[in-house]
Design a binder for this molecule. Structure first.
Ligand code: AVJ
Length: 314
């Protein structure tokens, strides 16, 4: 684990331009900062998708095309705090659908908290938490042959390049049977005035979230990044619909990473690319699923048209 982290940081800092993988944002501090981000007025993504789950639940359920006398499995990739999913779970439960809910997450702690919360909120719901890698868990769930609905929400897919997203969705399909569904939540392409502030909030939480990656490297790989000499910088180009986050070196400086055994030089103004947050439209989604086993069954948007949950059918 630490070995992979070390190798990926080494590769990124030796690349030109420099990069660091966004998946390493989520240590304990990063998780807490992301919770704060989700509550920011500028970060419309979570509220938009919650609007769908609160107000278009019946549409979602209808598109899943479930039978009340057949057990099915509702599987969530990266469950987090389950805020949005709870709306769906409550409706399914009250309409007497028969199903197990399998939240998958890398964080055992997050799963524990989610289970406690759901046991109180929806006492007769069957919650089967699954800690680990998405594909390992899906592979183990393949056996049951029960109809499946997979949830991949929050525009989490947006951290992947389109090629990686295609490959990811293809692999999901390989673990499913004909008729199974994938509910894919994605942020839609819209103007810079709306998107950019979501990645550059006035309280500086997103900046802290981005810079925390250097702090994590300091702690875990014994480096001496001076956090005062780096700043957060988001960019968004409405034409291609990609938001990018960078860390900028505000001075010329050298940083030693002891665990790697190397010193890295930064020019004044040099950028480290840390994240892409892709925004989508129908054309892009169609292109991404083109060589997978899925097709679009429905698209459900929030009242402002900011965000979409695509229901894909295998
Ligand atoms: C969790 C990947 C959906 O890209 O919008 C939030 C992460 N990064 N603010 C996103 C994030 C900066 C978020 N996702």
């Amino acid at each position: 684990m630490i070995e992979t982290f070390k190798n990926e940081v080494k590769k990124g800092l030796e690349a030109n331009p420099k990069t660091l993988p966004s998946k390493y944002f989520y240590d304990k501090k990063g998780d807490a900062l992301f919770v704060e981000i989700m509550n920011l007025p500028e970060y419309y993504l979570t509220r938009s998708e919650l609007d769908i789950f609160k107000n278009k639940t019946q549409q979602l359920i209808q598109t899943f095309d479930l039978k009340k006398d057949t057990y099915f499995e509702l599987i969530e990739l990266g469950a987090g705090d389950g805020l949005k999913t709870k709306e769906l779970l409550k409706k399914l439960d009250s309409q007497n659908f028969k199903f197990d809910y399998f939240p998958i997450d890398i964080s055992a702690n997050a799963l524990h908290l989610l289970k406690e919360d759901l046991n109180t909120a929806i006492p007769n719901l069957s919650v089967k938490t699954q800690q680990g890698d998405y594909f390992e868990v899906l592979d183990s769930l393949k056996e049951s042959k029960k109809p499946k609905v997979i949830l991949f929400l929050g525009s989490n897919i947006g951290n992947m390049t389109d090629d990686l997203a295609s490959e990811f969705i293809y692999k999901l399909g390989a673990n499913l049977l004909a008729g199974d569904k994938l509910l894919l939540g994605v942020d839609l392409i819209k103007s810079e005035e709306i998107v950019l502030p979501a990645y550059n909030d006035s309280k500086g939480i997103t900046a802290a979230f981005n810079i925390n990656l250097l702090d994590r490297i300091n702690r875990e790989l014994k480096s001496d990044f001076n956090l005062n000499n780096f700043k957060h910088q988001p960019e968004y180009d409405e034409k291609d619909g990609v938001a990018k986050s960078f860390i900028i070196s505000t001075v010329e400086q050298s940083v030693e990473v002891k665990t790697i055994g190397k010193t890295y030089h930064f020019a004044k103004g040099e950028k480290i690319h840390t994240e892409i947050s892709r925004k989508y439209n129908d054309e892009l989604i169609e292109k991404i699923i083109e060589n997978t086993d899925f097709s679009i069954e429905n698209k459900i948007m929030d009242s402002k048209g900011y965000f979409a949950d695509y229901v894909l059918i295998r």
